[in-house]
Design a protein around this ligand. Structure first.
Ligand code: ARG
Length: 569
């Protein structure tokens, strides 16, 4: 069944179409009514008519539609719409029997390639990678929920000149102890030691340089050592993914090196299309519209003057591969805001090359910084990158302490884990992704306010109602007599539209806001409308159904964000 919002929008579109064909009805949910259609003002303007008259004309047609119980023109030409009780009940019934609670699955599924997490080998994942991981995973789940084919891509930074020094350092340490150091997840320590030697010793610098040449030349032993570094790093990243319970798997890794043997044809392809210009020996493409501070055109450097390839070349190969080999309809790059220009330029070049054509789309899903309590970049007290695994473990400890305060339980380990990950993910997802957010344990772990634990608790509290049913009452036919019941019903029916707009804008925060509002609407309902203590069995059954739909909606919404909903908290 089509969602209530879609039905309302279609009715309004038809009504306004009789005034002006193809006009936008501009339907919104509203505080003054269930919905408001605001299309009259725009139509009046383009027809040179009075907006109230236009609204009146459309309203007459809407009033004849059984979908509405009340249609009123207000102000300069708003149309306030109340949905008829039968339509609300029908919507709830359809929601209750739908596996996805009425969320529609794509008629033509898209292949969506989502590039996220993408940390760098032999370097700690920083909180920026955490954000990418959390937002990217939520987007994967949302696209899957709506019936699309999702391909995850972990564009790990696993190639480049630093590997010369990293391999030499590995040899100095001895392979065994190097592996055990990396295996402990001390990626940054390893990197720093290598860097320090590189800076202090000319001999080491020279060895490193020669090692890069061997690596690029495909020397077997060098490649083997390089693979050790990559494998150990990926093993560590995987512990973070498993702890976070995200869908990224080892099989989704396509590091930068994966594209090595495609780089020559990237250049020749661009060259054949006449797009390459040489600048100081480097092969460049100059996409129009990009200039530096002095107004000079900015290049995408495809091949450096020393014949080497860099970050841009790899991303060009990757986008071509995703379109031509994976058959992507949509490509998302969940990467921090500082790389905005890089992606704009890559997308431009891909279009110039004729690889990226409508309707195929590439989108940089950018995000702001994670800040410490001091509102500066989130770092340890000594100014180092926070080790993600340690951070997650700290979250679990804190969640365990918070839960212990609420009473003893056998499953505290399991639930502490669910609460901690829920708190961390939700804090990240609930703020508009473009904005910076402050990493604050106390706030994210609070059981009050717009937090993960609050929503998990709201869900568990509803589930507990079902455990307290004593007279065998089962959820039954819904009756909407009280305004709080109706308000809850309308909130539930908004889910499909919220999911659609969350996906359309790649903004999980929209879904968060909805779930938080829903939990609050439920609280008001629960205060005014006794469930188990209602006198009539029919009312108890009806309210149990509303409880059940609310719990299912919270559970599904949280799961779309990658957050578990424990039965008991
Ligand atoms: N490894 C990069 C970094 O840490 C992120 C890669 C993002 N993905 C991409 N296709 N460029 O900044």
């Amino acid at each position: 069944m089509t969602s209530l919002y879609v039905q309302v929008e279609a009715a309004c579109a038809a009504a306004f179409a009789s005034v002006l064909d193809g006009s936008d009805p501009i339907v919104r949910t509203s505080d003054h009514a269930d919905f408001q259609a605001n299309g009259a003002m725009g139509i009046a303007k383009s027809l040179g008519r009075n907006p109230r008259e236009v609204a009146q004309e459309a309203a007459e047609e809407l009033a004849a539609n059984p979908l509405f119980s009340s249609v009123e023109v207000a102000g300069p030409g708003f149309i306030n719409l109340e949905v008829a009780p039968e339509a609300v009940l029908k919507g709830l019934e359809a929601m209750g029997t739908s596996e996805t609670l009425g969320i529609e699955t794509a008629a033509t599924p898209k292949t969506v390639v989502i590039d996220y997490s993408s940390p760098n080998v032999a370097k700690e994942m920083h909180v920026g990678h955490l954000r990418s991981t959390v937002i990217g995973d939520a987007l994967c789940r949302l696209f899957e929920l709506t019936g699309n084919r999702v391909i995850r891509r972990n564009h790990v930074g696993d190639w480049g000149t630093p590997f010369g020094m990293l391999i030499e350092h590995l040899l100095d340490l001895g392979e065994k102890s190097a592996v055990s150091e990396l295996g402990m997840g001390d990626l940054d320590g390893f990197y720093r030691q290598a860097r320090a030697k590189f800076e202090a010793s000319d001999a080491f610098k020279e060895r490193s340089r020669q090692r890069v040449v061997l690596l690029q030349g495909g020397d077997e032993e060098t490649l083997r050592l390089w693979r050790v570094l990559v494998a150990e790093s990926i093993r560590y990243f995987d512990t973070v993914y498993r702890a976070l319970d995200v869908g990224m798997q080892e099989a989704d890794v396509r590091g930068e090196s994966f594209y090595n043997d495609q780089l020559d044809t990237v250049v020749s392809d661009l060259e054949a299309k006449g797009l390459i210009q040489y600048s100081g020996g480097a092969a460049c493409v100059f996409p129009p519209g990009f200039t530096n501070r002095d107004g000079e055109p900015l290049p995408v450097i495809v091949r450096k003057s020393d014949e080497g390839y860099g970050y841009a070349a790899t991303d060009l190969a990757a986008i071509r591969d995703r379109i031509e080999v994976l058959g992507a309809d949509l490509m998302l790059y969940v990467v921090g805001a500082p790389q905005a220009q890089h992606f704009e330029m890559i997308f431009s070049v891909a279009k110039m090359a004729g690889w990226l054509n409508e309707p195929v789309e590439a989108v940089h899903v950018s995000f702001g910084n994670v800040l410490g309590p001091d509102r500066k970049m989130f770092k340890t007290r000594s100014g180092e990158t926070v080790k993600l695994k340690t951070l997650l473990d700290e979250g679990i400890e804190r969640a365990r302490a918070a839960l212990a305060q609420r009473g003893e339980r056998d499953d505290i380990d399991h639930v502490a884990n669910q609460v901690a990950m829920g708190a961390i993910k939700y804090a990240d997802l609930a703020t508009d992704r473009q904005r910076d957010y402050v990493f604050d344990w106390d706030r994210m772990l609070a059981f009050e306010g717009n937090t993960g634990p609050y929503l998990q608790y709201a869900h568990a509290r509803i589930r507990s109602i079902f455990r307290r049913v004593e007279d065998g009452t089962e959820p039954g036919a819904i009756l909407l007599n009280e305004p709080q019941e109706r308000a809850l019903a309308m909130a539930l029916l908004e889910l499909p539209e919220v999911i659609a707009s969350t996906i359309e804008t790649y903004s999980p925060s929209k879904l968060c806001t909805y779930l938080f509002d829903l939990a609050q609407t439920f609280t008001t309902f629960y205060e005014f409308c006794p469930v188990l203590k209602a006198d009539e069995v029919a009312i108890r059954a009806s309210r149990l159904s509303l409880c059940e739909l609310t719990a299912s909606t919270l559970r599904l919404g949280l799961s779309a964000l990658g957050i578990e909903a424990p039965e008991q908290m």
